[in-house]
Design a protein around this ligand. Sequence first.
Ligand code: SDX
Length: 434
Amino acid sequence: MTLATPVSTDVATLNVDGATYELPIIEGTEGERAIDISRLRSSSGLITFDQGYANTGSTLSDITFINGEEGILRYRGYPIEVLAERSTFLETSYLVLHGELPTQEQLDAFTDRITRHSLIHEKIRRMYDAFPLDAHPMAVTSAVVGSLSAFYQDSLDPLDPEQVDISVFRLLAKLPTICAFAFKYAMGQPFNYPRNDLSYSENLLWMMFGVPTEEYRLSEANVRALDTLLILHADHEQNCSTSTMRMVGSSRANIYASAAAAIMALSGPLHGGANQAVLDMLEDIAAVEGSAKAFLEKTKDTNDTTRLMGFGHRVYKNFDPRATILKKHAHEVIEDLGYSPRLLEIALELEELALNDDYYVQRQLYPNVDFYSGIIYEALGVPENGSTPLFALGRMPGWIAHWREHHEEGGRLNRPRQIYTGETTRAYVPIEAR
Ligand code: SDX
């Protein structure tokens, strides 16, 4: 699948040291425009500088479109609101990976292949016994995903379409098992192996919550809530963990190694780890009656590093549409699951206070996907440190799609430049003279 070549609509003129350089301006299908600096250094000796890449496009991509000013998110052109309402996670995964919604026949074949790859090698199963019981499931999940490189040496070549194809199904199919085994190991409960008679989300709930002492009853509300959460996390263009997946993949490291790195990038509290940090924050506030307002004041104090976790976003300077969907669902899910609405009530109070506070309004800080997701995961019975592995599970189709897109587009090695600000040349001083 080749990317549409963006049209070059105009040129930017750069005047430096008396010389003039013309740089093409390219435009994407949604009207986004960029100055193409691919020839800047070779023609002028100059590079650009953009700490945190807030103004830098790293690639062309056909997968996901975000308009942060208007709060728009679309996977392959389909609005997230429609997919969350009408699709399933596997149908959305097919869309993100292949660019089109599947026919029933295509979806059945896709689902069947995933079902048949959900088991993991028994030697991988025994790896869990090596981990400390209190290991964070993100550390365990990343280590086990990375070990797939050692166990599936027949599918490591990123340039062999057949090897990529089988490794994609292995990753999508085995990740629920790997995450569920990590939860069960931490709880000291026996592992539940995947069942081929269950759907993707039903299987994940069974593997996480089933116990041998009684029959596990699947609730339609739980299955729908989990499937919707996974849909909402399926992709989000060039976020930190997806850029990591592309960065590692650009060295032609195999897909399992790239995914293990992406999982670790996601674990940080400024990124996917924020959903756990939100739960910690809400529980701290719940422990001290009526302290939502006091907490918010702390987040505005420049001498205090406290942040309102789940708020703010590098791209969304308006509502994150995923947070809007989750907020709407949270009430009904929590009622259906018979979960205490206490944390949700504190989250709603915090949101109300922040949205009417100049500090947050001036900085265009709104709730992001992590502000409500952790509450719903907890209502499903997921342990607090389990919400980020489930973020990784939802994001896997997006990571894979971007990794493949990188290679399909010629896959140059990603290697940014820098501006050196250290010591200039110095003479070596013998140790006796130092
Ligand atoms: C995800 O990129 C993606 O697409 C990510 C994601 C995905 O789907 O992949 O959407 C998932 O990671 C969502 C973000 C989850 N992280 C959090 O909720 C952590 C809390 N938020 C922040 O730390 C922050 O908002 C970031 C990291 C998300 C974005 O940071 P930026 O763009 O670098 O902005 P910044 O840190 O420079 O903040 C700008 C200003 C600063 O104040 P001033 O220096 O102007 O005085 O806003 C303030 C910040 O102090 N600010 C906050 C704040 N977030 C930013 N102040 C209080 N609480 C916050 N949450």
